[in-house]
Design a protein around this ligand. Structure first.
Ligand SMILES: [Zn+2]
Ligand SMILES: [Zn+2]
Length: 223
């Protein structure tokens, strides 16, 4: 049941892009800043303590660092689409395979910590929504066929549930559960810090963004 939520957040993002056609990226950038604060705080409040309880600190840290490295590697191909770094102006694409594959690997990893009754799913849908809006705007503004675009979104929306399905219903999580969650933590850590880093362009002070980042952190505390 819980696996419906990440699918929904991607499609809500798509329909926001399709019907509301947000003209400026400013509103989405604020939502992105909020999601970055939320995801980072959630990682510290919930995910890190959990994995450190279960294994040796150094052993866990290796997998968190590995997650960071995997995400850096994926962004060579996605150019940072996982954290909403999408340039809406690029027009000529048929099907962006590299973008699709790297986003999919990212989304599968993201699904690993989601289990029935776990609040991590809220952190993920809050993170996914602005990314899905930006990704959909990119697809809608491109020369991609509408059916291809829909296929892209549909397949992308299934990747996070696929990750949680694999981790919940196969033996993988019993054997390597903590390590896999460690990798997911590294991925969250990298995307949330980079969102916060990129949210202050040229380090110009932006009170609204700072307020939204803080709100995201506070909300994560109470989740
Ligand atoms: Zn970026
Ligand atoms: Zn993500």
């Amino acid at each position: 049941m819980i696996l419906i939520l990440p699918i929904l957040s991607v499609w809500i993002g798509y329909f926001i892009a399709l019907f509301l056609k947000p003209k400026s990226e400013r509103g989405i950038k604020l939502l992105l800043a909020f999601s970055g604060g939320f995801l980072l705080a959630y990682t510290f409040f919930e995910l890190l303590p959990e994995v450190y309880e279960e294994g040796s600190p150094k052993g866990i840290a290796i997998f968190i660092l590995l997650g960071i490295l995997i995400q850096i590697f994926l962004e060579f191909f996605s150019k940072g689409a996982e954290h909403g770094h999408i340039h809406l102006s690029s027009q000529k694409i048929s099907f962006p395979t590299a973008l699709f594959l790297s986003l999919s690997v990212h989304a599968i990893i993201e699904g690993i910590p989601i289990r029935e009754g776990s609040s991590v799913v809220y952190a993920i849908i809050i993170h996914k929504l602005p990314v899905a809006i930006l990704l959909s705007l990119f697809i809608l503004n491109s020369e991609m066929k509408k059916s291809t675009g829909l296929l892209f979104i549909a397949a992308f929306s299934l990747m996070t549930p696929l990750g949680s399905y694999i981790s919940q219903y196969t033996d993988l999580i019993d054997a390597y559960g903590t390590q896999l969650v460690g990798i997911a933590i590294g991925v969250f850590f990298h995307i949330s810090t980079i969102i916060l880093f990129e949210s202050s362009q040229e380090h110009a002070f932006n009170l609204r963004k700072l307020a939204l980042i803080t709100m995201g952190m506070v909300l994560a505390y109470f989740l």
